[in-house]
Design a protein around this ligand. Sequence first.
Ligand SMILES: [Zn+2]
Length: 284
Amino acid sequence: MIKTEDELRREIIEIGRWIHGQGLVSGYDGNISARLDGHRILSTPTAISKGMMQPEDLVIADYEGKKITGRRNVTSELAMHLLIYKRRSDVNAVVHAHPPTATGYAAAGLPLNKALISEVVLSFGCIPLARYGTPGTPELTEALAPLVASYDAILMANHGVVTYGPDLLRAYFRMETVEHFAKISLVTEILGRQVLLSGADVDKLLAVRQRYFGSSTPAIDRTSICPVTDGGGEGAATIQPLGSRASGTDGESAGAAGAPETIAVSREDLVAMVREAVAKAIQG
Ligand SMILES: [Zn+2]
C-alpha cells in the first residue's frame, strides 16, 4: 500500500519521538527521511529536536539535496540518505541516529560483526563499520558507498549509525535492533567470553534471508567481511575469550588498527607481578 505524503509526515514525526524518547539521539542529532517518488525525498530539517517536530517542520528535497518546499532548511546529512536511495531501489526510508552503545562500538573502531545472535545474523548478516568521514561532506558518503549495496545497517566510525528499509517502520526497527544487539555484545564483553555460531549455522541463516525478507534483500557472502563465526563446522561453536577479537573489516572499513594486542602470561608470572606491584604500593 502506497502511503500519502501526509501519512509519511505523521510517521516521521512519530519515529522522531521514539528515537528521542529512547535516547538514541540527543539535542538536534539524527535525521529521518522517506522517498516520496522518483524526484522527491521527505526529510527532517536541520537544527530541530527529533522529539519535538510538527508535520509542517519537514522539508521536501530533490535527489541532489536541493530544497523544493518547506520553511526550514535541509540537513547537511541528507547526502547520506540520498546515496542510499540512489544505490538501493528497494529502500524507501532511512533513519540516522547516534545510539550510545552502538556508537560506542563505532567510536572504538569495532564493527558489530560477530555471529553472536541468530536473529541478528538472519536480519543483517552483520553490521559493518564504515571508516570515518566528516559529517555533511563527500568523505562520509564515500566511506559508506562500498557497504550500502550489501548491508541494511552501517556503523559510521566516530559518528553514529544509519539504517534503512522498504518503509519507515522497518528502517526504524533496524535502528532499535542495532542498539539492542550492541548492548548484548557489550554484555558478552563484560562477561569476558563469547560463543560464536559456527560457519555452518551462519550459512543456514544467510540462505533463508530472501525467503524471510523478500527477493530484494541483499545476499550476504560469508567469505566477505562478516559475520565472524567460530570458523568450525556444524555444532562446533567455541568460546572466544576476550582479547582475541576479530575485527572482520576490509580495506573500506575501520577497526583492524584498534584491535588489542594479546599476550600470554603464566599464572606464576602473573602472581609474581601482582605481588611485586602490591609490595611497591605498600612501600611507596
Ligand atoms: Zn549524525
